[in-house]
Write a new protein. Structure first.
Lengths: 286, 428
C-alpha cells in the first residue's frame, strides 16, 4: 500500500473515482427485520441553497443499538444526523427532501411538531454547551419545558436519575446549584447528555461528542454510550475510527454526500467491500 | 559577501526609519490624548469656576414688624383672607426703618430693590404657619436680589466707575452698612433645587427641569426599551433574510445618524398636529426622544444578541424548546448586559438632547414643577439653553450650575452602564 502524502492523495481520489458526486448507490450489508428498525431513511436529499449536500441516503438504524457515521470532513454525516431531529430547520436556505420514518411516522412531514420531535430525539453536540445556569437547572430545563414533572419532588427525582445515569451524580451532588459551566470539559459533556436524557428520549443523536475532550474524558463518554445502549437508540458521528470501532455495532461510511458503505462495524473495519471505504479506514485519504 | 553586507546595511537604515515612524505615531497618540485632556480640563474649570457660586445665595437679615393692621385688619385670623394681604408693605416698612434717610422716590425704589421680591411670600408663609407672630417684630433672613447677590459674590467690581457698573454707589453704601452689621450672609442655595424657573435669577431653580427631564426619560425608556429590544429580537432571530429586511436594517442604521431636530419636526407634525397631544408636555417629548433612541437600542441589542454563541440556542432547541423559548430563556438573559449598556448610553444621549424638544414647545417659560407627563414642562438642557439666553448677569452662574447638574447626571448614567456591564458580564 502506498503511504499517504499530499501529492498522491489527489491521485488516489481520482483512481478511486471519488471526485464524482453521483456514484452508484453504496453497499448495504446490514439486514434488519421490520421490528428491529428504529429509524429508516429513504432517499434523503439535502440542499443548502443551490449546493447539494446529500444525494439520496437510504439507511436503516436498529433499535437499542449504536450506529456510527464516519467519513472525511464535509462528507455530509453531520448534515444527515441533523436531519434526524430536524435541526436543519433552523438553518436558512436548507431544504430536506425524502422520508425518515421513526416508528412509522415520517418525521420530515410538515405535520410533525418539531418541539415534540426533539423531545423524543435528543441531541448532544460537538462542543459541550451547558447553559450558563446551575447544574440543576441545566438538567431540569427540558422536563420543565415539557411539563414532565408535576411537582418539585418529581423534578428533583428526574434530575437525580439523569445525573446518575451519566455517572455525574456522585461528582456534583454537593454543588447542584453551582453553574454548569464551572465543570470540566468531560463533565460538561456528560451534563449535556444528562440534559438530553432528562426528557426521556427514545433516540440520542451525538455529533462528535468527544472531539473536544481529552482521552480520559473520552473513555468515560464511550463507556457511558455503551451503558446507555439498549435503553436508547444511539446514532453517533465521529472522526475517530477507533471510537466507531469501540462503541458502535453498525457503521456507515459517508463520502461526498453519498452513503458509500453500511455494515456491521466489525465487517466494515476488517473486510470492507468498497474500495473507498478501504482507502479511508486504512488512512490513505480523508 | 559584499552584496549581502550592502543589503544588510539597507535593512539597517530601514530599521531606523521604521523605529522613528513608530515613535512618531506614539507621540501623535500621546499628543492627541494630552490635547483632549486639556480641553476637557478647560471646559470643566470654566463651568465649575462660573457655576459653583450658583449653589450659593446671599441672604439679608431684616427686622419685620408684623403689623396686624396690614396682615389681618378685621382680626378674623382667616388664612384665606390673610393669604392676600399686602406683605410687600411690611418689607418696605422694614427697609424704610432700617435706612430712614431715604426720602427720594427714586432712591426708595432702589432701596426696595435690595431684597428679592420673594421676601413678601416668605413673610406670608411664616404668618400662615404660625398666626401668633402677628403683632410681634421678627428678625428674618430674606433673599437678596440678584444684583446685590452679584455684588456680594464679587462679580460686580466696586472699584469701577459708577457709570459702567450695573449697581449704583448708594446701593453699595447700603449693602456695606448691612455687611458691617453682619446682616449679610451667604448660604447654600437650597432654593435652586426646590423651585421651578423664574424671571428673577435669585428665585430661579432647576426642580421643574429636573422633574421634567425625569418624566421625559421615563416615557422614553418605557417606549424605546421594549420596542427596541423586541425589534432587535425579531430582526436578529425571526425575520427572514431577504431584500426587504435588508432594507429595514439599512434604514435603522441610517436613522441613528439622522439629525435630532428632524425627529422634532416629525414629532411636531405627527404627535402634536395629527394626534393632538399636549404641547410642551413630557409625554410628547418622551415620544420624540424615544424615536431618536430606538435605533441606538436596536443596534446595541442586535450586537449583544449576535455575540451569544449559537451553541446555547442549539442546546435549547435540541431539548425541544421552541425558538421563542430558546430566545427568551437563554439568549435574551445572556444578552441583557449588552442591551442595558446600549440602552443607558441611548438614554444619556436623549437626556442631553435639546433640538427636537424645541420643536414641540418644551422651550416655553414654565415656572410650575410638572406633576404628570401631561403637564407643560421643560428639561435640563433646554433650561440651560433658556438661562444662557437671559440678559441678567446672575443667570450666568445659574447656567453653569445647571450644566454641572446635567453633567453629573450624565456621568452617573455612564458610570452605571460600565458598572452594569462589569457586574453582569458572563463568561462561557
Amino acid at each position: 500500500m502506498k503511504p499517504m502524502t499530499k501529492d498522491n492523495a489527489v491521485d488516489i481520489e481520482k483512481e478511486l473515482n471519488l471526485s464524482n458526486g453521483n456514484v452508484s448507490k453504496g453497499v448495504n450489508s446490514v439486514k434488519l427485520s421490520q421490528d428491529e428498525v428504529k429509524i429508516a431513511a429513504r432517499d434523503v436529499r439535502v440542499k443548502y441553497g443551490e449546493k447539494e449536500a446529500l444525494f439520496g441516503i437510504n439507511l436503516d438504524m436498529p433499535k437499542g443499538k449504536v450506529t456510527s457515521f464516519i467519513g472525511p470532513s464535509g462528507c455530509g454525516k453531520s448534515t444527515f444526523l441533523r436531519c434526524l431531529n430536524r435541526m436543519n430547520d433552523t438553518i436558512d436556505g436548507c431544504s430536506v427532501t425524502g422520508q425518515i420514518m421513526v416508528d412509522d411516522v415520517d418525521i420530515l412531514s410538515k405535520q410533525v411538531d418539531t418541539v415534540l420531535l426533539r423531545a423524543k430525539i435528543g441531541m448532544v453536540f460537538q462542543k459541550p454547551n451547558p447553559f450558563p445556569k446551575s447544574i440543576y437547572d441545566n438538567v431540569a430545563y427540558g422536563p420543565r419545558l415539557h411539563g414532565l414533572a408535576t411537582d418539585k419532588n418529581a423534578l428533583d427525582e428526574i434530575v437525580e436519575i439523569s445525573l446518575e445515569k451519566v455517572g455525574l451524580l456522585k461528582e456534583v451532588k454537593d454543588r447542584l446549584l453551582e453553574p454548569g459551566t464551572g465543570l470540566s470539559g468531560g463533565q460538561q459533556q456528560r451534563l449535556c447528555i444528562a440534559r438530553a436524557i432528562a426528557v426521556d428520549p427514545e433516540i440520542l443523536l451525538m455529533d462528535e461528542p468527544c472531539s473536544a475532550l481529552d482521552p480520559i474524558a473520552t473513555a468515560k463518554i464511550e463507556e457511558l454510550i455503551d451503558e446507555l445502549r439498549g435503553s436508547y437508540t444511539i446514532v453517533i458521528v465521529t472522526h475517530s475510527m477507533q471510537q466507531a470501532a469501540r462503541v458502535s455495532q453498525q457503521t456507515a461510511f459517508f463520502h461526498l454526500g453519498n452513503l458509500v458503505e453500511y455494515g456491521e462495524t466489525e465487517q466494515i473495519f476488517t473486510s470492507p467491500v468498497d474500495e473507498r471505504t478501504k482507502g479511508y479506514i486504512t488512512g490513505r485519504f480523508g | 559577501m559584499t552584496e549581502l553586507k550592502e543589503s544588510m546595511q539597507k535593512a539597517h537604515a530601514r530599521l531606523k526609519k521604521r523605529r522613528a515612524a513608530e515613535k512618531r505615531f506614539k507621540m501623535f497618540g500621546v499628543g492627541a490624548l494630552a490635547f483632549a485632556f486639556l480641553c476637557v480640563l478647560m471646559l470643566f474649570t470654566s463651568i465649575i469656576s462660573n457655576g459653583y457660586t450658583g449653589f450659593k445665595q446671599s441672604y439679608i437679615q431684616l427686622d419685620f414688624v408684623m403689623d396686624e393692621t396690614i396682615i389681618d385688619p378685621d382680626g378674623s385670623r382667616d388664612p384665606a383672607k390673610m393669604r392676600f394681604s399686602n406683605y410687600n408693605a411690611l418689607v418696605k416698612t422694614a427697609l424704610k426703618t432700617k435706612f430712614p434717610d431715604v426720602t427720594n422716590r427714586r432712591d426708595k425704589r432702589k432701596l426696595y430693590g435690595l431684597i428679592s421680591s420673594s421676601a413678601g411670600f416668605d413673610l406670608r408663609d411664616m404668618v400662615l404657619d404660625d398666626p401668633s407672630i402677628i403683632g410681634t417684630t421678627q428678625s428674618v433672613w430674606v433673599m437678596a436680589s440678584d444684583e446685590v447677590d452679584m455684588l456680594i459674590k464679587g462679580v460686580f467690581d466696586r472699584t469701577q466707575p459708577e457709570s459702567t457698573r450695573p449697581i449704583s454707589n448708594t446701593e453699595i453704601a447700603w449693602v456695606e452698612t448691612l455687611e458691617k452689621e453682619e446682616r449679610v450672609e451667604s448660604r447654600f442655595n437650597t432654593n435652586f433645587f426646590t423651585s421651578g424657573d423664574s424671571r428673577e435669577p435669585e428665585q430661579a431653580g432647576i426642580q421643574g427641569a429636573l422633574v421634567g427631564s425625569a418624566l421625559t426619560m421615563l416615557v422614553t425608556l418605557a417606549l424605546s426599551f421594549p420596542l427596541g429590544v423586541m425589534a432587535a429580537i425579531y430582526l436578529e432571530e425571526f425575520a427572514p433574510k431577504n431584500k426587504f429586511t435588508y432594507l429595514v436594517e439599512v434604514n435603522i442604521n441610517n436613522l441613528a445618524a439622522v439629525p435630532s431636530i428632524v425627529f422634532g419636526l416629525l414629532g411636531l407634525a405627527i404627535f402634536l398636529n395629527l394626534f393632538g397631544m399636549p404641547r410642551s408636555a413630557p409625554v410628547a417629548g418622551g415620544m420624540v426622544l424615544a424615536l431618536m433612541t430606538l435605533p441606538t437600542i436596536i443596534i446595541a441589542a442586535r450586537a449583544a444578541l449576535k455575540s451569544i454563541p449559537p451553541s446555547i440556542m442549539e442546546a435549547a432547541i435540541g431539548v425541544g424548546a421552541s425558538k421563542m423559548q430558546a430566545v427568551f430563556h437563554h439568549q435574551l438573559p445572556l444578552a441583557l448586559p449588552g442591551i442595558l449598556t446600549g440602552t443607558i448610553i441611548g438614554m444619556a444621549q436623549a437626556l442631553g438632547e435639546t433640538a427636537p424638544l424645541l420643536m414641540i414647545g418644551m422651550v416655553a417659560f414654565i415656572a410650575d414643577v410638572p406633576s404628570t407627563p401631561f403637564d407643560p414642562a421643560t428639561v435640563l438642557p433646554v433650561q440651560v439653553y433658556l438661562w444662557a439666553d437671559s440678559p441678567e448677569r446672575a443667570f450666568v452662574e445659574k447656567t453653569s450650575a445647571a450644566i454641572m447638574v446635567l453633567l453629573g447626571f450624565l456621568i452617573t448614567m455612564n458610570a452605571l452602564a460600565v458598572l452594569l456591564r462589569k457586574k453582569l458580564e458572563r463568561r462561557w
